[in-house]
Design a binder for this molecule. Structure first.
Ligand code: SF4
Length: 580
């Protein structure tokens, strides 16, 4: 049966090799079992991708999905997702972004867009409610992301259209290349931009007029209004609006969990220079919001003085500050903005870029490479980033990711990653629940699947507690997975309750589910991603942490995590997930 509310019940399949497209129905049973977003994306990836396919081959699928909340009035709903097999990790890969593009994508009338094959020459796609046009993009190949997006939108000249593009890094198959939107929004950790590059796909522009059918629109509007009235004065809202994610710099340094000097320390001397307060002092900062958001966590920052005067970006986010400020010890917020801008233009993930730059500095110190690099040298780091994007010199090795670089340089014991992906800026020796997160996340050492740092930082659970931690962790992970099935912004996680989720789902999809039913959907989605990775050869043995986290004590706090502590958390986690 077809026609579940909240969805278009439609999948668009595009074959870049044949330059053809088709429309296919999506059965209700799939949407009821998995919802949209992560559920639909994971279901399709598992179904479409043959096991062990080369991520950069035509056989790898690139799958964009929307959730039933997209282009609706509910807050935090302007988001979409993309799924593929990662060229960086060789396993499941997912990524989410917000922005105006969500409504442009939604109005094409598809719940999922599945892209397969490979074009012979550079192409960009125009996807609308009338179909797909394949445009030549040879003139755009080589352009940075800002130029490419502007050129694509200018060429199409349709009101309310939105575009996503890759930069030189994606074209050159850098294994952690991202997709960029609206200049500064990045998505695609673990190399989704390289998958686009392998398909010779420079960009996609979306436009259309279709609107999804909502089961009870008046109810959804009432829920939205009541929700905003209830939470708009919550301190979380104010702090995100005022400082955004850079507020974490001071918090993480205070507790000694700010990864510094390539994971050898937990605090950065001089962290004040890269804090949220420093950002406010040295830049003109304007809050910026995705559509349908009153939190406005985004910050458009314009450097006031110095050699980068006038440079303007959205950000930097905490993760970029940690990667370049902490790991590489660049202690100037303006220099971090400079490196952030470079990554955005080249189309590279800043977390991985910062980790690799710091790893290269370590390699330089050990005499493993000829390049003379030192901590805090922003210009040398900028050169490394350019070399990576264009695969020049040492960049050729680094462009393949930290796992590869470590094996070439005999530095496996030094490299920090899980399943090939570098962790975010939360040291698991202090926040032990993040150790469980990094070990089990379906895309490698990711902080977003459960965002469990929030629970440990807020005092909801003691960061050192081991026994019983997995139960609360799963509650977080389930809720975040539901958010990803509906595609809601994570920063609303403490404001949107389970009861809200029940009511939203009833209003949008007409599904009368209680928390138990919602958690069952989350479990099914998590199992899909796990099954994808199992097919790729991932086993429980791969749910581990880098040895340095067990062996190296953080001097400032005396903190470490022990293998048996991780083991206890993992055992509880597997038991509760039913993974025997
Ligand atoms: S909180 Fe930030 S990321 Fe989330 S919807 Fe609002 S502006 Fe976008």
């Amino acid at each position: 049966m077809l026609g579940m509310k909240g969805f278009f019940n439609q999948l668009l399949r595009i074959d870049l090799s044949k330059k053809t497209w088709t429309i296919e129905p999506i059965p209700d049973s799939i949407l009821k079992s998995y919802l949209g977003g992560k559920g639909l994306g994971s279901y399709l990836l598992l179904k479409e991708n043959p096991p062990h396919v080369d991520p950069l081959s035509p056989e790898n699928h690139l799958i964009f999905t929307l959730g039933p909340m997209a282009d609706t009035p509910f807050y935090g709903s302007s988001r979409f997702a993309v799924f593929t097999k990662s060229p960086q990790t060789g396993i499941y890969s997912e990524s989410y972004s917000g922005g105006k593009i969500t409504s442009s994508m939604s109005r094409t009338g598809n719940d999922a867009i599945v892209i397969e094959g490979r074009s012979n020459h550079p192409t960009f796609l125009e996807i609308s409610d009338e179909g797909v046009v394949f445009h030549p993009a040879s003139e755009l190949w080589g352009k940075d992301t800002y130029e490419a997006e502007e050129a694509i939108l200018k060429k199409i000249e349709k009101k309310d259209s939105g575009a996503l593009v890759i930069g030189p890094a994606g074209e050159n198959l850098v294994r952690f290349a991202v997709i960029e939107i609206e200049n500064w929004r990045s998505l695609g950790r673990a190399g989704i931009g390289a998958v686009m590059g392998s398909k010779k796909l420079k960009g996609i522009v979306f436009h259309g007029k279709k609107r999804r059918a909502i089961a009870d629109l008046p109810l959804l509007k009432r829920l939205s209004k009541e929700f905003k009235d209830r939470v708009k004065d919550n301190p979380t809202v104010h702090i995100y609006k005022k400082y955004g994610t850079p507020m974490l710099v001071s918090i993480m340094n205070t507790i000694g969990a700010f990864p510094t000097k390539y994971w050898s320390k937990g605090t950065l001397e001089g962290w004040e220079g890269i804090s949220a307060e420093s950002l406010m002092e040295h830049c003109e900062v304007t809050p910026s919001a995705c559509p349908h958001c009153f939190m406005a966590c985004g910050k458009v920052s314009r450097v006031k003085k110095g050699r980068h005067q006038g440079l303007r970006i959205m950000g930097p986010e905490y993760e970029t500050i940690y990667a370049f400020g902490g790991l590489c010890m660049v202690k100037s917020i303006e220099e971090i903005i400079y490196l952030n801008d470079l990554c955005d233009r080249l189309g590279m993930d800043t977390i991985t870029a910062g980790n690799l730059a710091a790893f290269a500095i370590e390699a330089s110190g050990k005499g493993k490479i000829k390049d003379k690099l030192s901590y805090g040298d922003a210009d040398a780091i900028a050169e490394i980033l350019k070399k990576i994007a264009y695969r020049k010199g040492v960049g050729e090795i680094l462009s393949e990711g930290v796992r590869h670089a470590a094996s070439v340089w005999g530095m496996e014991k030094d490299a920090i990653h899980v399943k090939g992906l570098e962790p975010a800026g939360f040291d698991p020796r202090v926040l032990k629940g993040m150790g469980l997160a990094y070990a089990t996340s379906d895309r490698g050492a990711c902080h977003l699947r459960a965002t469990f740092y929030k629970s440990e930082l807020s005092g909801q659970i003691n960061p050192d507690q081991i026994k019983g931690k997995a139960r609360l962790f799963i509650d977080y992970e389930d809720k975040m997975t539901l958010f990803d099935g509906l595609i809601l912004c994570r920063f609303y996680r403490d404001l949107i309750t389970w009861t809200d989720l029940e009511e939203i789902l009833r209003a949008v999809c007409g599904l009368p589910l209680k928390k138990k039913g919602l958690k069952a959907i989350a479990s099914r989605i998590i199992n899909l991603a796990r099954e994808f990775n199992r097919q790729e050869g991932v086993t429980k043995k791969d749910d581990k942490l880098p040895r340095r986290f067990f062996r190296e004590v953080l001097q400032e706090t005396g903190k470490t995590i022990q293998p048996d502590e991780l083991e206890v958390m993992l055992k509880e986690y597997y038991q509760l997930r039913g993974w025997t």
